[in-house]
Design a protein around this ligand. Structure first.
Ligand SMILES: [Zn+2]
Length: 232
């Protein structure tokens, strides 16, 4: 679905925008070409990468912040140490499911609210943001790693929105990269929280959800990463 990538109108910025092949705000038509590699929007033909770049330049959040979800929320847990051949070891990480939540992002932070959780992840406490497949991963300074799984595949929009909100929050500093750690243009300057800012404020509400049935082997001690994926 093209709106997973072009989640707002690249011409006027409306979001949501596409209905019956037209932007519901400015009326621009959209037609895919070359098997979906290009799109004709408002009469102009260009590659999808061009249109996506135009979407990303529209960094401002919608008035009142960005709402979305529901998503499945989990946190990273340390399950123990994996012992391999030759005495090499790796930390074994798993995920503990917190439950389903709706999202609200504004210029202060990301709120996760559902039947079994009520969390705020302040922008100032975020140390890294990335996406793997349908899962947006947010590393917070002292509450660890949060996994936001988008069953409808809409995670790219939220990764971009978090990046835009973080850029605005840290201005005038310029962010060079968001993963494995938010790093600024100045050498050695990394994010991870401003003094006096508490990281995620989480409190469980209602009955605890069933524990997650899946685990991952992530991060490593002594032998480096267990896989080629970035550790956040
Ligand atoms: Zn439009």
């Amino acid at each position: 679905m093209i709106t997973r990538l072009l989640y707002r109108c690249p011409l006027c910025g409306a979001e949501p925008w596409l209905k019956a092949g037209r932007c519901r705000a400015c009326g621009a038509s959209l037609r895919l070409a070359r098997g979906g590699l290009e799109a004709v929007i408002g009469g102009r033909r260009a590659g999808i990468d061009h249109w996506y770049a135009a979407v990303r330049r529209l960094e401002r959040l919608p008035a009142g912040g960005l709402h979305g979800g529901p998503v499945e929320v989990a946190v990273e847990t340390r399950c123990g140490l994996f012992r391999g051949a030759g005495g090499l070891g790796a930390v074994r990480y798993g995920r503990r499911r917190l439950g389903r939540a709706r999202l609200h992002l504004d210029d202060q932070g990301l709120a996760l609210r559902g039947e079994s959780l009520d969390c705020i992840l302040p922008l100032d406490a975020m140390a890294a943001v990335t996406i793997e497949s349908h899962t947006v991963i947010v590393n917070t300074r002292d509450q660890g790693v949060f996994f936001l799984d988008f069953p409808d595949g809409g995670g790219k929009r939220w990764e971009d929105a978090l990046a835009a909100a973080l850029r605005a929050r840290h201005r005038p500093r310029t962010i060079d990269e968001f993963c494995p750690r938010i790093r600024f243009a100045a050498p050695g300057d990394t994010a991870g929280g401003r003094p006096g800012v508490r990281a995620a404020r989480c409190r469980p509400v209602g009955p605890a959800p069933a524990p997650a049935a899946f685990e991952t082997l992530r991060g490593a001690v002594q032998i480096g990463r267990a896989s080629g994926r970035e550790r956040v």
